[in-house]
Design a protein around this ligand. Structure first.
Ligand code: ADP
Ligand code: ZN
Ligand code: MG
Length: 475
């Protein structure tokens, strides 16, 4: 029997507000433990939370970007459970009335657009962080307690581990475009729980699902789901049952381990948060936020194809990061040909950024520098190969292309006599190859051009070398 996977993701994203959701403590990452706390986020008796308006605005923004209905009336709820990183004994979250519902976002699977529906987006507070010291002590850092989080819950529309990571990437891209979350997976700004079940292909009912917690990278979301799907199929093939449970992904072993079954699941005893009034959002506010929305990745993607004639592939990569798309457009505005600029970005710039582990927002190379470099190629000052060398040098030193070419003496040789000299030298050294070429073995042209390039240290104008080579052969 053939099985298919059914997957739904619950993604938590930390909002980029300056202060926490219910108090004025800073949300800055990486501070000394317990230096960004106050009686409110520490859950001291008698304190009262006050809702951060920016957090609500960011949630609405996200909801709009993901095509959700924004609730003009929503409510916070208490989710009760005990854990050392939760000093109040409850988390303030949203339950039956979330801020955003019924949206979707689109991913591209094998060149085809696919909609993944979003069930809800709600706002809640983060818990603290337990730190387990190898010496056997445990510590709690409450700096993270009360940092605003949104939880984005998808419908079970995802059908493969690949789609799951595409969905997560798209989510991240949108959140970063909006500036509501930095999307930093390593620092935990974006965390994912994956729900998965399998069913015989053709079946319309869902199977029993398991939930995998603790996934903190795109690679792991695929690996964890892959593992879990195989595990479930194996059980079913043996005639066993899947039990509904929460499992933990262990990246060390590449497996998932049972954490707790449904029977052990918490009963959170949700009830409306009595310390907060319901959240009333006016239509005017929603309209205002709509007007302030930036161009979103999908719109940019369509526009890049339409206005710049870029292939889908290029447009997809260039619009993945807003800062990268802006870098590209700046270069085009300064006179670069779109496809040419795109090639340089996709092949050289992204490679170098990746090698140096740098983000496009702290890219040392400015768009104008690339445009000037392209000009030098078009004017014939340098050839394409040399240009790659210059590009890398510009990236590393921030110098202008022209200066690098001068300093390093990289100007292309377009002087016929110098090139002829070099060709003659190659011909004299390789008489047999000359004969073979004359007898029509065209593939030897590459060999001759290569040898000439070697003699001229890569600076000969390749077009001229070709032309002159044929001229000399005919003589
Ligand atoms: P629960 O009540 O167990 O938390 P929810 O209905 O809230 O379940 O769904 C949680 C997540 O699990 C959602 O992302 C949803 O899409 C997904 N999900 C629900 N049922 C299934 C299923 N049978 N297989 C895979 N994912 C599922
Ligand atoms: Zn505080
Ligand atoms: Mg749920």
């Amino acid at each position: 029997m053939q099985y298919e996977a059914v997957i739904g993701l619950e993604v938590h994203a930390q909002l980029l507000t300056e202060s926490k959701i219910f108090c004025s403590c800073s949300t800055q990452f990486g501070a000394e433990p317990n230096t960004q706390v106050c009686p409110i986020c520490l859950g001291m008796p008698g304190v009262l939370p006050v809702l951060n308006k920016k957090a609500v605005e960011y949630t609405i923004k996200t909801g709009l970007a993901m095509n959700c209905r924004i609730a003009t009336y929503s409510r916070f709820a208490r989710k009760n459970y005990f854990y050392p990183d939760l000093p109040k004994g409850y988390q303030i979250s949203q339950y039956e009335l979330p801020l955003c519902e019924d949206g979707y976002l689109e991913i591209i699977v094998d060149g085809e657009k696919k909609k993944i529906r979003i069930k809800r987006i709600h706002l809640e507070e983060d818990a603290g962080k337990n730190i387990h010291d190898p010496a056997g002590y445990s510590f709690v850092d409450f700096n993270r307690t009360g940092v605003p989080l949104i939880e984005i819950v998808s419908e079970p529309d995802i059908r493969s581990p690949k789609e799951a990571s595409l969905y997560m990437k798209k989510l991240r891209t949108i959140l970063r475009y909006l500036g509501v979350c930095d999307g930093n997976l390593e620092q935990g700004s974006l965390r994912c729980d994956a729900n998965v079940s399998v069913r015989p292909i053709g079946s319309t009912e869902f199977g029993v699902k398991t939930e995998i917690k603790n996934i903190n990278s795109f690679k792991f979301v695929e690996k964890a789901l892959d593992y879990e799907i195989k595990r479930q199929i194996k059980l079913l093939q043996r005639g066993e049952k899947i039990i509904q449970e929460t499992r933990l992904w262990d990246s060390q072993t590449g497996t998932t381990q049972s954490m707790r079954s449904k029977e052990e699941a918490h009963d959170y005893r949700y009830f409306p948060e009595p310390d907060l009034v319901p959240v009333v959002v006016s239509e005017e506010w929603i309209e205002k936020i709509k007007r302030e929305m930036p161009e979103l990745p999908d719109q940019k993607f369509e526009r890049f194809i339409r206005d710049y004639g870029l292939p889908q592939y290029d447009a997809e990569i260039l619009t993945e990061e807003r800062a990268l798309a802006e870098w590209f457009e700046e270069a085009v505005k300064l006179g670069g040909k779109p496809k040419e600029v795109s090639n340089w970005i996709m092949v050289e710039l992204l490679r170098l950024l990746n090698e140096e582990n740098k983000d496009i927002s702290d890219c040392p190379l400015k768009p104008i520098q690339l445009v000037e470099l392209i000009d030098l190629i078009n004017k014939g000052t340098i050839n394409r190969n040399t240009a790659k060398e210059v590009f890398e040098e510009m990236f590393k030193t921030g110098k202008k292309a022209e200066d690098i070419v001068k300093e390093k003496g990289l100007t292309q040789i377009s002087d016929d006599s110098v090139i002829i000299e070099a060709i003659k030298e190659v011909m004299e050294k390789n008489p047999k190859e000359v004969e073979r070429l004359k007898n029509g073995e065209e593939k030897l042209i590459g060999f001759f051009v290569g040898q000439v390039m070697k003699i001229t240290k890569g600076k000969a104008n390749p077009k001229l070398v070709n032309e002159l080579l044929f001229k000399l052969l005919r003589e």
